[in-house]
Design a protein around this ligand. Structure first.
Ligand code: 3HC
Ligand code: NAI
Length: 707
């Protein structure tokens, strides 16, 4: 028998234990081991009942995702074993703990009974990987918990707690204490009650609360909301099959639709992101076993847009926060916004009624930097001004306790300069949250020249604690995301001056699945804020010697067209609805004339996509070449979690792989010919050129171009 799965007899009980650390994923060897254990159990009548459990921190967390891309992947051996387990003539109980997910829950549902430790989480998260539960989950879950609850779990991918699972009928009992003892006790109870096997597959799906047009309505809903994803519509079809067909036929429908999802490019992209997210926590030069520093209390400087949101992240994770402001008025305003935020969430039923007050109780306002003396981490989120930030960094260096970590939320300034100002460069790093900071999942962690390895390890771990996706970036203007964004915004402005309208540009970009194109995005963020960044960079001598560079946004600011907040920007606003404004075209015509840019008609959506996206990929390649980002997957995580790049396209670098690197290089060359390249806008990075020449993809990373 495989050493990943054991079968041990204890009296009349047989205990099947899966032991495949870290999460007991169902690799082919584990599946084979389960099959062999079932064979032995079947052949030995002295084993009167079977207990299925797993060793380590969790029950089975699902199928082995790393297997899904293999051409010969099949769920068949596992699925056959599941039906065999269900059909056993002696009772089978699953003993659950940790995270019972995907194939793990499907295994549990094939057992006749389920008992769970109170802290267990149970779910079918396949949809988040672009697939559907392919080991009978779509057929057994509705039989256990009903159509609506089953669809809710499968379409959201969100796990439920053991309490809710008990109420819903997904588990039969909660088991405190030693799981083996609980299993024995549960089995004794069964025997005493004269109960034998209880097969989920023999149940019918209750249609009591299901309206006649329910499936049709659900299909319409998921088509509208999730039409770009392969799984949601197919999940609805599978559940309808569960409700209307016998088990085996329903399983057939599921198998066919699972396979369609598995081989889809969307699922491949989403699976790649799953592994990229885990890979991103491995940082070159930081040993995996380095001990992180404890973070028990956090300080935040500035209770503005970002400071308030940043503080909420920690309060949400039960970590107390001290917030420092310059005046009582600013402090009251900032904390007032946080309170309102919590209250609104509670009013929507997404937070328990007592939670706003409890979380506010974790936030302490102060006007005195001395109150930071016992904080383990202090994050400054004051105005984006180098002198002010240097002063604040210096004060933090003076008041923070030895070993405290000091972080800046700057989006554009040099983290190394601030680190030096603090006098504690080893304890210093950037923590670039995205707005709204309590919502956006991305956290760019900016590694200074002297940031200590344990400081990085601490912040990566803390990011996970507060539910963020951490990506480490080196120091450069804009770090990974905003640096790449620059070329995208540059081209969108040139396109406007050449004759494309903001609406056409946004439509073309949104056709890729981004929620907003560049014009709507900047109107929302504020064109004044965006223009000031360009102006500051100009003052610092960091812009190309091209007077037409980002001329549109600067003109917009000059004209007071700040975007949504003033009712005018690249669009005119009717409430929050953008309406095309002919005035913008007039402005662009005047700018084109001023800078000698030829106006054209017939700019295609394809040109817009190529001109906005391909330079962005080229800049991504440069970022990799310079070691600012460690892996293409890190860049993809930044764009998916910080800029709304659709996860089903896997991020810009993954998308570039699917388009073809040589094709992208060819088009960059084409635009260099067409538009001239005196400012280097179209110069192909060394890495991209190397890859194009050799037919390489970003997925072949690491790639070392020859000099
Ligand atoms: N397959 C393969 N590897 C997996 C895995 C899986 N299902 N789940 C986790 N891992 C790996 C991770 O890649 C990571 O590896 P690494 O250490 O080499 O980077 C390691 O296990 C630990 O994972 P995490 O860092 O994510 O550990 P956490 O403790 O933070 O989280 C978890 C644990 C909640 C189980 C989380 O890993 C998770 O959500 N896993 C995915 C669960 C899932 O999606 N299951 C469904 C799979 S699809 C399926 O079952 C298909 C079936 O219907 C046919
Ligand atoms: P903001 O203007 O809303 O808030 C700044 C706050 O800092 C103000 O309340 C101000 O009173 C306070 N402040 C200024 N000097 C202070 C000092 N010496 N001590 C204590 N408090 C002080 O600014 P916002 O938007 O919150 O930005 C803050 C930082 O976050 C900036 O570095 C910005 O670049 C960065 N950032 C902003 C993003 C955004 O979308 N707004 C996104 C990512 C980063």
């Amino acid at each position: 028998m495989s050493n990943l799965v054991s079968l041990e007899q204890r009296g009349a009980l047989a205990i099947l234990r899966i032991d495949n650390p870290p999460v007991n994923a169902l690799s082919p060897a584990v599946v084979q081991g389960i099959k062999a254990a079932v064979d032995r159990f079947e052949a030995n009548p002295s084993m009167r009942a079977l207990v299925v459990c797993a060793a380590g921190r969790t029950f089975v967390a699902g199928g082995d995702i790393s297997e899904f891309s293999k051409p010969d992947f099949t769920t068949e051996p596992f699925n056959t074993t599941l039906n065999r387990i269900e059909n056993l003539g002696r009772p089978v109980v699953a003993v659950l703990h940790g995270t019972v997910l995907g194939g793990g829950l499907e295994l549990a549902m094939a057992c006749h009974y389920r008992i769970a430790a109170p802290s267990t989480r149970l779910g079918l998260p396949e949809v988040l990987l672009g697939i559907l539960p392919g080991s009978h989950g779509t057929q057994r879950l509705p039989r256990l918990v009903g159509v609506k609850q089953a669809l809710n779990m499968m379409l959201s991918g969100r796990p439920i707690g053991a309490d809710r699972a008990l109420q819903a009928g997904l588990v039969d009992a909660l088991a405190e204490g030693d799981p083996d003892a609980a299993a024995v006790q549960f089995m004794e109870g069964l025997v005493a009650a004269g109960k034998g096997p209880r097969r989920t597959g023999e149940r019918t799906v209750s249609m009591e609360d299901v309206e006649p047009d329910f499936f049709e309505t659900m299909l319409d809903e998921v088509k509208t909301k999730k039409g770009a994803y392969p799984a949601p519509q197919r999940i609805v079809h599978c559940v309808e099959a569960a409700a209307t067909l016998p088990l085996l036929q329903g399983q057939g429908v599921e198998a066919r639709l699972f396979e369609e999802c598995r081989v889809s490019p969307q699922s491949e992209a989403m699976r790649k992101l799953f592994f990229a997210e885990r890979e991103a926590t491995r940082i070159p030069g930081v040993a995996e076993n380095v001990a992180p520093r404890p973070i028990r209390k956090v300080g935040v400087i500035g209770a503005g847009t970002m400071g308030g949101g940043i503080a909420m992240n920690f309060a949400n994770a039960d970590i107390p926060v001290v917030i420092i402001e310059t005046s009582q008025e600013a402090l009251d305003r900032g904390l007032g916004i946080v309170r309102k935020n919590y209250e609104n969430t509670a009013a929507k039923g997404k937070l328990a009624p007592g939670e706003p007050a409890r979380r506010m109780g974790l936030l302490t306002g102060s006007l005195d930097f001395q109150d930071l003396a016992d904080c383990d981490l202090v994050i400054e989120a004051v105005f984006e001004n180098l002198d002010i930030k240097k002063q604040v960094s210096q004060r933090l260096g003076a008041v923070c306790k030895p070993g405290a970590i000091i972080a800046s939320n700057t989006s554009t300034l040099d983290v190394d300069v601030l680190a030096t100002a603090s006098g504690r460069a080893a304890d210093f790093l950037g923590m670039h949250f995205f707005s709204p900071a309590n919502v956006m999942r991305l956290l760019e962690i900016v590694r200074g020249a002297q940031t200590a390895p344990d400081v990085l390890a601490t912040i990566v771990r803390l990011a996970k604690t507060i539910g963020k996706v951490p990506v480490v970036s080196g120091v450069c203007y804009g770090f990974i995301g905003n640096r790449m964004l620059e070329s995208y915004l540059r081209e969108s402005e040139f396109l406007m001056m050449e004759g494309a309208s903001p609406a056409q540009i946004d439509r073309a970009i949104q056709s890729l699945g981004l929620p907003m194109g560049p014009c709507r995005m900047l109107d929302l963020a504020g064109l004044d804020v965006a223009a000031k960044v360009v102006i500051e960079r100009g003052k610092a001598g960091a812009l190309p010697a091209d007077p037409s560079y980002r001329a549109v946004v600067q003109k917009m600011m000059e004209l007071g067209r700040f975007g949504q907040k003033t009712g005018f920007g690249y669009y005119r606003y009717d409430g929050r609805t953008p309406v095309p404004d002919p005035e913008v075209e007039t402005i662009c015509i005047a700018l084109a004339e001023k800078y000698g840019i030829a106006r054209r008609t017939g700019i295609t959506d394809q040109e817009i996509i190529e001109r906005c996206l391909y330079p962005l990929v080229n800049e991504g390649a440069r970022i990799l070449e310079e070691g600012i980002a460690y892996r293409p997957g890190d860049i993809d995580l930044v764009w998916v979690n910080g800029y709304g790049f659709p996860d089903y396209r896997g991020g810009p670098m993954h998308l570039a792989d699917t388009i073809g690197i040589a094709k992208i290089a060819g088009r960059l060359d084409h635009y260099a010919q067409l538009r001239g390249d005196q400012h280097g806008y179209w110069s192909i990075s060394l890495l991209l050129a190397f890859m194009a020449e050799r037919g390489l993809h970003f997925r072949d990373w690491p790639i070392k171009p020859e000099n």
